[in-house]
Design a protein around this ligand. Sequence first.
Ligand code: UN1
Length: 487
Amino acid sequence: MTKTYKILIGGKWVSSESKETFQSLNPATEKILGRFQSGNENDVNQAVDAAERAFEGWSSLPAPKRGEILFRLASLLKENKESLARTVTNEMGKVLSEARGDVQEAIDITEYMAGEGRRLFGRTTPSELRDKFCMTVRRPIGVCGLITPWNFPTAIPAWKIMPALICGNTIVFKPASDTPLCAIKFVEILEKAGVPKGVINLVTGSGEQAGTPIVRHKSIRCISFTGSRDTGLQITKEAGIKKVGLELGGKNGIIILEDADLNLAIDGVIWGGYGTTGQRCTAASRVIVQQSIKERFEKLLSERVSRLRLGNGLDSKTDVGPMINKKAVEKTHSYTEIGIKEGAKLLCGGHTFGKKGFFYQPTLFTDVTYNMRIAQEEIFGPTVCIISVKNLEEAIEVMNSVTYGLSSSIYTSNMRSAFKAIEGIEAGLTYVNSSTIGSEAHLPFGGVKQTGSTREAGWTALEEFSEIKTVYFDYSGKLQKAQIDTG
Ligand code: UN1
């Protein structure tokens, strides 16, 4: 019998007022994993009320005490790492080693933010006047609405939940409708760790029914969203005056110069282009290779791509798992057709795979020009385009020719070229001699241009989830006027 899961409001697991449910499938087998509540505006309103009620208690708890709960949570996550990872593979499809990485990233950010409980630094600075003290302190924002994608169903919620919690906020969390089970398993562990009732509320459901009311809700003070650019744009229109953090994808490139270690670069392209079946906002979907090595590179890369084994992520022989759903496969295939029509040359893949599950072959195009749609638009699938260029200057130009600016990479043995690339590439992340994926929890993560407006993770996550209050403490005992009394 298929289990029906509930939503969490004010510490109670309840059914949605909609009385409707939806299902989540294993993308490798198409087996139903469970039924989930189709949360709606009424549920969101109740979740926000619960989060508002819990705010006073949580925000006044000393931050190091909040940190203790997060430390407890980190150790529970470690204990449950394997079962959480299996849930990720079953529901999202990524291979088990990567699913373990997804959970590990959640553990890392939890530990990092737990430690922040004893920091949460403000600043002090001299005043321009005598007998006056100036400082900044961090204050919580209030109720935060966190809307997360399916591609990192544990790590990305953790990137948002942990800094939000340590800063003293309360939360309404809406996970992607493709991965509600991962979210429920994760939140159950938060409860076990002792996060008080109402501090985290979980509403499953569609973007339209459950996401939009969160974005519009007047009492929600902060929205943090990772997902598609279209939805991001919609959020900026609907959110009103709130703090909004957006992380909206990429069209990331790897530059390979003729002086690069070619085998190392190919490892990076395979990992960045086909890891997570290309379903990362940091995926390397463009390879910008110097003309002089193009032919050799193409040959070596296509050999490697054609050897990649597709299959269920639980099978240790699998290199590339399924895509998230049928729509994603169709979208990827439509880009294969677009690429062919545009005149690019298909070297590998280009078709669906298997009878069951949402599989698409690792696909490789060459003779791609920078302005083709396959080189400009985010496919979010296992499709890589090779674009050849004359030199580093042209490579950087091509890299910057897209509207996104999340991740980037350069393979070269020349330090000058590496620094020129670091300087010239418009992106939030640049890797040297390493792929476009694999950011670490204690460093800022985010992009420029239409990728978004925020830097998650690391110390910058605290900026997203706290307000800075500036405090002027005048102990002169008289009226002192800034800019006017100069003594
Ligand atoms: C994403 O694809 O949305 O750097 C995030 C990386 C991962 C996170 C990716 N740590 O690829």
